[in-house]
Design a protein around this ligand. Structure first.
Ligand SMILES: [Zn+2]
Length: 283
């Protein structure tokens, strides 16, 4: 038995739209979210930034990795310009690989930028068009949620831990509590992340994923003592379990580990690397 039957799996959309912005940056977007209208969203690439030091070149969007704070701020300003959002509207998740989801409003604009970081959280939601939700990634998954009926959005950072803890399901629940969101109205997409043929883990962790997500293909055997985990499929499973319709789910299927020109990858670059950012904002 699988949570997502073959029939449902056939309804899930795969792929992304790549946009080169006037600011010289790149964005990976979901066609379904674009078509829904009323929001801006996207996932950055390493293109178009000012950082010269190769492992962090060029659009490094993390303060915790390399380069000066001034450089990262300049990169975030370029990112915002390319995204068509205001630098001052952004609030960035303060991820700890958990499953805490915070509701943000106007007063959170600038948190993690000009204002102090948010409390630890891996998911952020809002129904306020004045705040742009931002998450940061270097192999970890990004979940974009949009409820066009209640005009509410959510953005999550989902590493393997957050994926395992079902940060996507937690975010759908929180949007229901705060905004009356019904899961069948959510349009959901993953962003670029490390793919199922690149994400090798210890056999024990593979077994935990197989036990947690009742879905054929969640794990694959690897070298002795190793396994591969399909984090995007685990995202889709928790979305469907939460009541999101398969036809409203997009999996971008873009691998951060494999595409060195487009993406930083924590694993490929052995931790000496920058970060991308994802964002969503109501218009
Ligand atoms: Zn890959």
């Amino acid at each position: 038995m699988s949570i997502i039957s073959k029939k449902k799996a056939a309804l899930i959309k795969h792929g992304f739209i790549y946009k080169k912005t006037p600011a010289g940056t790149g964005l990976y977007c979901s066609e379904a979210l674009d078509k829904a209208g009323g929001i801006r969203h996207g996932f950055s690439t390493r293109e178009g930034g000012i950082t010269k030091d190769p492992p962090y070149a060029s659009l490094n969007l993390s303060w915790n990795r390399g380069g000066s704070a001034e450089e990262v701020i300049a990169n975030f300003r370029i990112f915002a310009e390319g995204a068509g959002i205001s630098y001052d509207d952004m609030a960035v998740v303060n991820h700890e690989h958990g499953s805490v989801v915070l509701r943000l409003d106007n007063e959170h604009r600038g948190r993690g930028f000009s204002l102090e970081p948010l409390p630890f959280c891996d998911g952020i939601i809002t129904n306020d068009p004045s705040v742009a939700l931002v998450t940061s990634h270097a192999d970890c998954g990004a979940y974009f949620f949009y409820d066009p009926v209640h005009r509410a959005i959510g953005m999550a950072h989902a590493g393997w831990k957050g994926t395992f803890l079902r940060i996507g399901a937690r975010m759908a629940e929180r949007m229901a509590e705060e905004y009356g969101t019904r899961p069948e109205n959510i349009i959901a997409s993953t962003g670029p992340c490390i793919c199922k043929t690149c994400f090798e883990v210890d056999e024990e962790l593979g077994a935990k994923f197989a036990a947690e997500f009742d879905q054929e293909g969640i794990t694959m055997p690897g070298k002795p003592g190793k396994a591969y985990v399909d984090l995007e499929l685990a995202a889709a499973v928790q979305f469907v379990e939460a009541g999101i319709k398969p036809e409203n789910i997009t999996l971008m299927n873009a691998c951060t580990y494999e595409d060195k020109d487009m993406f930083f990858s924590h694993r490929r670059d052995k931790g000496i690397t920058g970060s991308m950012a994802a964002f969503i904002q109501l218009m």
